[in-house]
Design a binder for this molecule. Structure first.
Ligand SMILES: NC(=O)C1=CN([C@@H]2O[C@H](COP(=O)(O)OP(=O)(O)OC[C@H]3O[C@@H](n4cnc5c(N)ncnc54)[C@H](OP(=O)(O)O)[C@@H]3O)[C@@H](O)[C@H]2O)C=CC1
Ligand SMILES: CC(=O)N[C@@H](CCC(=O)OP(=O)(O)O)C(=O)O
Length: 353
């Protein structure tokens, strides 16, 4: 088993990349050897992110032969936008022995036509789509172990699918009745400026966006359908909340089996399903998780309420979008790929308040 590896982070000046760097700096088996972005070449990372106080100079990808990246790194984290990853990753994968973990949406959907419908640009080559292992670690660790290329799940799909998979697998809910009401902090949109989320637009505001059009809908349906063994559709509405980090998904479905008309039954089912999973915490009866209770950590917390009057269950799941929704899950995948303990570098209690 390899005991120590060198890592490059591409997209190092974005929120996902910089959170990866923060976490990797404490990882006992990883040394960061390259931080790469499309601009800021030659500047220390500290110029944009003084909280890190790292002398690492930012390199630019322009004109850099992926062979040079390979010389300096054993694993590359691509924290780059959709479309950029789709072109970069296939070039990286040509280099023998280089492992890649991509944080974008480019390699999650196996169906190129579906990708082009939802992402509105050309899909990556079929061969690299087939090579990508979908890294929802709690569910697909067997495929992730030893993989060369992992596609990290989206932030909303992580919170949604971890909250629904045990229910769809058990047939506890009517699979056609699922409604997901999802809310995200603004860091989910990245560091780039946009009129829709500057301070005056977001402060004291709460808004829905991409209603029935969000690119994470096919990803959620792909995972739930695969686990259910039959197609699953969801109504999925995303909202922006005036906070920095966190995703909270409130999920509603009709209970399909009378054994699941009590909270105790849900808690028992989920605790049993996730019993060996370090990063999923099932709340006690009457406790619904809040985003701050997982802030800065790799946890996904889940709570339940069942209404016998309407025969509907309400499932509430929370994650930190930048950790379990992106960089923390990427490190969890690296640990599993390498055969290391799954929580290396991730033994973080949430920051509170
Ligand atoms: N933010 C989140 O909560 C989550 C994000 N993701 C995904 O992770 C990826 C990164 O997101 P996030 O960090 O939020 O985005 P940001 O917009 O904050 O950062 C994007 C990064 O990519 C770099 N970049 C852009 N174009 C290129 C290029 N052509 N070559 C090299 N680097 C480039 C940027 O560098 P520069 O500034 O120099 O151009 C920047 O470092 C995206 O695919 C996103 O969808 C996934 C889950 C959650
Ligand atoms: C708040 C916010 O804008 N969030 C982004 C999530 C982006 C993201 O994580 O994109 P991928 O998972 O597709 O890479 C969005 O809703 O599009």
């Amino acid at each position: 088993m390899t005991d120590h590896i060198r890592a490059a982070v591409v997209g190092s000046t974005g929120y996902g990349g910089v959170e990866l760097i923060r976490l990797l700096l404490t990882h006992p088996k990883v040394t960061i050897t390259s931080v790469i972005s499309s601009s800021n070449a030659g500047e220390p990372l500290t110029a944009g992110y003084p909280h890190l106080q790292q002398a690492l100079p930012v390199e630019t990808l322009d004109g850099v032969d992926p062979a040079i990246i390979r010389e300096k790194a054993d694993v590359v984290f691509a924290a780059t936008p959709s479309g950029v990853s789709g072109k970069l990753v296939p070039q990286l994968l040509e280099h023998e022995g280089l492992r890649v973990i991509d944080l974008s949406g480019d390699f999650r959907l196996k169906d190129r036509a579906a990708y082009e419908t939802w992402y509105k640009h050309e899909a990556p080559p079929q061969a690299s789509l087939e090579q990508a292992v979908y890294g929802l670690t709690e569910i697909y660790a067997d495929q992730v172990r030893g993989a060369a290329f992992v596609s990290n799940p989206g932030c909303y799909p992580t919170a949604t699918t971890l909250g629904l998979i045990p229910a769809v697998e058990a047939g506890a809910i009517d699979r056609g009745s699922i409604i997901v009401d999802a809310k995200s902090g603004v860091s989910g949109a990245g560091r780039g400026l946009n009129i829709g989320w500057h301070y005056a637009e977001m402060n004291e505001n709460f808004k829905a966006y991409k209603v029935n059009k969000h690119q994470h809908i096919p990803e959620v349906e792909m995972v739930l359908g695969e686990r259910a063994g039959e197609p699953v559709t969801v109504t999925f509405t995303t909202h922006l909340v005036p906070m920095t980090r966190g995703i909270l998904c409130t999920m509603y479905a009709s209970v399909a089996d009378d054994r699941f008309l009590s909270e105790d039954a849900w808690i028992e089912m989920y605790r049993s399903y996730y019993k060996d999973k370090k990063f999923v915490r099932i709340r006690d009866k009457g406790q619904w998780p809040a985003t701050k209770e997982v802030w800065g950590s790799n946890y996904c917390d889940i709570g339940f309420s069942v209404d016998p009057r309407t025969r509907r269950v309400t499932i509430i799941s929370v994650i930190d979008n930048l950790v379990k929704g992106a960089s923390g899950q990427a490190i969890q995948n690296l640990n599993v790929m390498m055969g290391w303990e799954e929580d290396l570098g991730l033994r973080l209690a949430p920051v509170y308040p």
